[in-house]
Design a protein around this ligand. Structure first.
Ligand code: IPE
Ligand code: IPE
Ligand code: MG
Length: 252
């Protein structure tokens, strides 16, 4: 099959489930506005959609699920909304961490940690440490995350190596940059899903998405469910991934 990455996981349906699915969870505010509800209610319902997404992805055999939960640019929103979003993240970790752990989910975080409040930092660290040895599904939470900022962090890490004489400038290759990102061992996403109908990346996984397939779903994030994930996957299965080569060679 043409869309099979070398590492794809075989699924019961006979298709090869993408190893890494990433989601831009968008449309909470519009979901709420269309029902005459406050935006905070959209975010609250968005957390329920996240629970469904994690469960469905795990059941389907996805190995890595990355979710865009708060962007580096989301700090420009009103303070009250930022408070709501921070509160939800804290509650999500406090309420759901034990269950994620018992389901074998490993939690990883990408994004800038510097400047985060100590309580958030502590919870993020607790989630990563508790679930460190889990192997069923890796849930990567992109929090205070921007793709450009991540690439800049990687460049800075390499610049330090060069300035301290541990690397030469000609060793600054694409592989070296990839290896200096927030989570170097994370495979590139096979599929990025964005809900709400918007068709843009909004600074998500810029480096990693060079050959990612994009699926834009018309549903707002609070309405996301297993059927929505399955519809994105069936669209993914129709794609032909070539990685710059010829169709017959793709995927080996
Ligand atoms: C996604 O929903 C949640 C975050 C960005 C944190 P939005 O809050 O962006 O909802 P819309 O796009 O305004 O509808
Ligand atoms: C992207 O959504 C960020 C998250 C989903 C966390 P936004 O709603 O912030 O993106 P724009 O502003 O519509 O591009
Ligand atoms: Mg939005």
């Amino acid at each position: 099959m043409s869309n099979v990455a070398a590492s794809a996981t075989p699924s019961v349906s006979g298709f090869d489930v993408p190893r890494h699915v990433a989601i831009i969870m968008d449309g909470n505010g519009r979901w709420a506005a269309s029902r005459g509800l406050p935006r905070s209610e959209g975010h609250r319902r968005g957390v329920e959609a996240l629970r469904r997404a994690v469960r469905a992805a795990g059941d389907l055999g996805v190995k890595y699920l990355t979710i865009f939960s708060f962007s580096a640019e989301n700090w420009t929103r009103p303070a009250s909304e930022i408070r709501d979003l921070m509160g939800l993240l804290k509650r999500f970790i406090r309420n759901d961490l034990a269950e994620l752990h018992s389901n074998g989910v490993r939690v990883r975080i990408i994004g800038e940690r510097e400047g985060l409040s100590p309580d958030i930092l502590g919870l993020l660290q607790e989630a990563e440490e508790l679930t460190r040895a889990n192997q069923n599904l890796t849930l990567v939470v992109a929090f205070n995350y921007g793709g450009r900022q991540e690439i800049a962090r990687a460049a800075r890490r390499l610049a330090i190596e060069v300035s301290e004489g541990r690397m030469t400038p000609d060793q600054v290759t694409a592989d070296a940059i990839g290896g200096a990102l927030d989570l170097p061992e994370l495979p590139d996403p096979d599929l990025i899903i964005r809900t709400s109908g918007e068709q843009r990346l909004s600074n998500f996984l810029l480096w990693q998405s060079a050959y990612t397939e994009f699926v834009f779903l018309p549903v707002h994030w609070p309405d996301f469910d297993r059927a929505a994930l399955e519809s994105a996957l069936s669209e993914f299965y129709r794609r032909e991934r070539r990685f710059g080569g010829l169709a017959a060679q793709a995927g080996g």
